[in-house]
Design a protein around this ligand. Structure first.
Ligand code: GUN
Ligand code: ZN
Length: 432
């Protein structure tokens, strides 16, 4: 049996030209043809019918809108159940909510079940690729890779590394951390669509020794990703200053360990100095803009206009962020931009959660667009759901306004179906 699928829908996919201007690919009535997990053709219905022998069957998904699957470049798997944990700012929230949640992953069965749930929750939010923090436990990270690979999902993930300033059961000595990290890299990095990210949580919870071990690993595996946090909160920055008095600023702590690479994502970066931003841009590292989390934890407002496209990515940062929806993450991004006095265009926002995040992960030649040769990672959006969105759309006159309303008013009911490598991994239409 051929695994060719022909889908008819409204289609939208975004790219940018060399000057950074949005290039829109939009079909009011179009076809995506997929084979063996890949997109092989994207074309208008007229062109499709002109080319195809009559009688070839297709699935008619109109009037739904088919777009590339969303990509979340910064999210914490073990924090899926602690969203909206009431607390003070970052360090208090870590103590009250994040660390207790992560301690529960010491249990192997719990970690396995939660890893599967997490992957399914991503799919039901329309997210088909993510860069994920697991916990310090090797088995939890392993469960995450197993769950993602069972669905042929593109996933970048790593075991969190901490050796101080956290509950003792979340700390690891150097030898254990080394053994666990190396065995995870060995087993999972580059296997199918999986990639490993070195994951020192942040400079507050990693000693200089732990950071320099990361640098050793990078010298042996130069293609590893790196994910961590930087300059999210003023108290955090003070703590880093006193833990690393010899470094001139927060970024230098990571630079000294060779962790500012083109494959590094630094979450937040709200309070970086101009000089730090400049150095980070020169290194080709990415900042993950996490507006939902930044508002929820009262961390501050990232000035996204000051960040070149090439260095910007975006993440839900669940559980500091208040949900896995990348559409809602964009809505929170609009609020942050608005407070800074500028208008974040909905095409820019949709680009950032698709092609922009794909580029930030160095995967922009295989995911993030509806394009021949790309993985058929796609999300089908039902803009008649929920009712508030349907009502609003009756008064929208153009595509940007429609997307803007979708980002604010859409919810899980708007995600009709999610495809990963051409397979349906979530289907609300089947549920209803
Ligand atoms: N900084 C260090 N750890 C975390 C975390 O889990 N969430 C957020 N938002 N910031 C962090
Ligand atoms: Zn985070």
């Amino acid at each position: 049996m051929s695994d060719r699928i022909n889908l008819r829908a409204r289609l939208l996919s975004l790219d940018k030209d060399l000057e950074g201007k949005i290039v829109l690919e939009y079909y009011e009535d179009g076809f995506v043809v997929c084979e063996e997990g890949l997109i092989v053709e994207v074309l208008s219905a007229d062109d499709y019918f002109a080319k195809m022998p009559s009688g070839v069957s297709y699935e008619d998904l109109r009037p739904h809108l088919l777009v590339p699957g969303f990509i979340d470049n910064h999210v914490h798997m073990p924090q899926q159940d602690i969203i909206a944990g009431r607390s003070g700012e970052l360090l208090d929230w870590l103590d009250r909510h994040a660390f207790p949640a992560e301690l529960r992953y010491a249990d192997h069965d719990f970690a396995r079940i939660k890893a599967e749930t997490f992957i399914n929750e991503l799919f039901s939010a329309g997210t088909t690729c993510a860069q994920v923090f697991s916990t310090v436990h090797r088995h939890a990270c392993e469960s995450l890779f197993v769950a993602a690979s069972a669905k042929k999902m593109c996933l970048v993930a790593g075991k969190v590394m901490m050796d101080r300033n956290a509950p003792v059961d979340l700390l690891q000595n150097a030898a254990d951390c080394r053994e666990d990290t190396e065995s995870l890299i060995e087993e999972w990095h580059g296997r199918g669509r999986l990639r490993y990210a070195l994951t020192p949580r942040f400079a507050v919870t990693s000693s200089e020794e732990q950071l320099s071990y990361c640098s050793d690993l990078l010298s042996h595996h130069s293609d590893l990703y790196v994910q961590t946090h930087i300059s999210e909160n003023l108290e955090e920055i003070d703590a880093v200053r006193s833990l690393f008095p010899q470094q001139k600023d927060y970024l230098e702590v990571y630079e000294q360990a060779g962790l500012a690479t083109t494959k590094s994502t630094f979450a937040h970066g709200i309070h970086l100095s101009k000089d730090e931003r400049q150095r980070l841009f020169l290194a080709g590292s990415k900042i993950a803009f996490c507006p939902s989390s930044n508002l929820f934890l009262g961390s501050g407002l990232l000035d996204i206009e000051s960040i070149p496209d090439a260095n910007l990515s975006i993440g839900s940062d669940v559980g500091g962020g208040t949900g896995l929806s990348m559409l809602h993450t964009c809505a929170e991004g609009f609020k942050v931009a608005h407070l800074a006095g500028y208008d974040w265009h909905p095409f820019e926002a949709l680009w950032s959660i698709t092609k922009g995040n794909a580029d930030a992960l160095g995967l922009g030649n295989s995911i993030g667009q509806l394009r021949p040769g790309f993985f058929a990672d796609m999300v089908l959006l039902d803009l008649d759901q929920p009712r508030a969105l349907k009502n609003r759309l009756e008064h929208c006159e153009n595509l940007p306004d429609e997307l803007f309303a979708l980002m604010f008013l859409g919810d899980d009911r708007s995600i009709a179906r999610t495809y990963v490598a051409g397979e349906v991994v979530f289907d609300r239409m089947e549920l209803s």
